[in-house]
Design a protein around this ligand. Sequence first.
Ligand SMILES: [Cu+2]
Length: 558
Amino acid sequence: MRRTSSAFDPSLSRRSFVKGSALATGAFFINSKFNHLKLADTPTSPFTTPWVTPLPFPRYATPLPSWQPLAGPPVDPSDHQFYDEFQPQYIYDDFQLCASMICPHPQLNYSQFSTFCGCLPGPTFMMKYGKPALVRMKNCMPNSIPNFGSPETTTHVHNGHHASNSDGTPFWQLQPGTYRDMHYPNVCAGFTMTPGGDPLEAKHTLWYHDHCLDFTSQNVYRGLAGFFFLFDDKDTGNERDVTNPDAFRLPSGIPDGKRVKNRYDIPLMLIDMRFDQNGVQTMDTANLDGHLGDKFTVNGAISPYFEVERRKYRFRILDAGPSRFYDIWFSNSMEFQHIGNDGNLLPAPITVNHVKLGVAERADIIVDFSQLPETTTEIYLVNRAEQTNGRGPTGNTLPMAGADKLLKLIIRPGAVADPSRVPKSLMPRPAQDMPVVRERSFHFDRTNGMWTVNGNIVDLTRCDAAVQRNTAEIWNLSTAGGWAHPIHNHLEEQQILTYNGQPVLGTGLGGRKDVFALYPGDQMRVYVKFRDYLGKYVMHCHNVVHEDHAMMIRFDLV
Ligand SMILES: [Cu+2]
């Protein structure tokens, strides 16, 4: 297996031209990467009996023992910014992207998914600030895969503060049979200005997924997604951390090798899928509005159940797309505490009874099942956002009786001890202490049947915004009517100054954000710091069908 070149791939500009010309004229270009595009029908998936499958848990990614070197060639430090400053203490060798036969429900068939290490979701990384890591990503996919998707991949850690060449953007795609070393320094943003960076920039709930140009929606829907958690000396991942006075002691799982004892920190990855009459996963790749499934999966299983104890749990809910928006409730409308939005913990917990999610957004919530009466033995996690096509939600809230049930929660009888806590304050919003050197506007719209930013479809050979490293800017993000666009910016979290002219402090948007869920006609004014690394990054719509067709810009730190 050979290492990829870090040189820029000039074919990226050709591909965007191919896409523009092919789709703008309504004809599909004959190209090996596009020849599966066809006007597919939208079948109704076969019936599946709900609540017969236990909720699957992704296993943990396991680093090499400290004494064991990489099995293959050594790392090339010159391929990584700040490698000497952040030499990897944890090495994950042989992290394979591969084709895997998976059955999301016992009444369906096996489908060929694309997976990280054979798992859906991929293995969960349990990373720590101050412990730099290196992951050797190997593309072990076959040269062609059935139905949809691309065997060419690149892996982005969503919300990671990583060097451009470890950011896993389409600039560095892996062909089957090649590998790439991804360097994750696990240091807070601002480390080139203050040693260790700004601790208020620590993030906790990240995820990783494919970012292949033109094929992200298909590849992520095929299974290329997993969780990437970061812990620090406050969010330590240990609810019994009595020796550390700074520890939040949020509900935790206790990793024990690849397994877990006492799961109270629960990742929940939501993907809505569709299956053909043979029970095989399918996708209508010709529908450029977006893809909606009629089966709701949680951690890769359709309509699973999960037994909980009468105590507090941390649920980290991820909308992994491709195009679905959620309005998450419990079926008894009970309150819970919203502690984090996207990767960050909020300044303080907010008590709510529902939380909205656009594609790629995360909600970190604490649910206390001890508040339920003994007579309550089961409730459901449900979605009340009405959505009838890939363009976005209608804005209507489904009645509770008609809500989409996602996960059945079976409440075990009997009181249990609960050492976990929810502090009154969590992570204050970082100071807006870097002067703003420039203001830019980005309008997300539809132009000649394509998804555009400021009227342009993506061309990765074109830099759309050159920003000065270690400066701050204000970015104004806006949409036209009719479509919702969850906008994601790489490299940095940002702070929303105003949402449709209104301040957001004290709301779930009042912390830091890496996805801006813009509903029709919305405007957000956002404060962004651009720190530490040089190189190429992207901002794009995370309705990944829109991203693929071709709602993305390139920005460079110079
Ligand atoms: Cu969009």
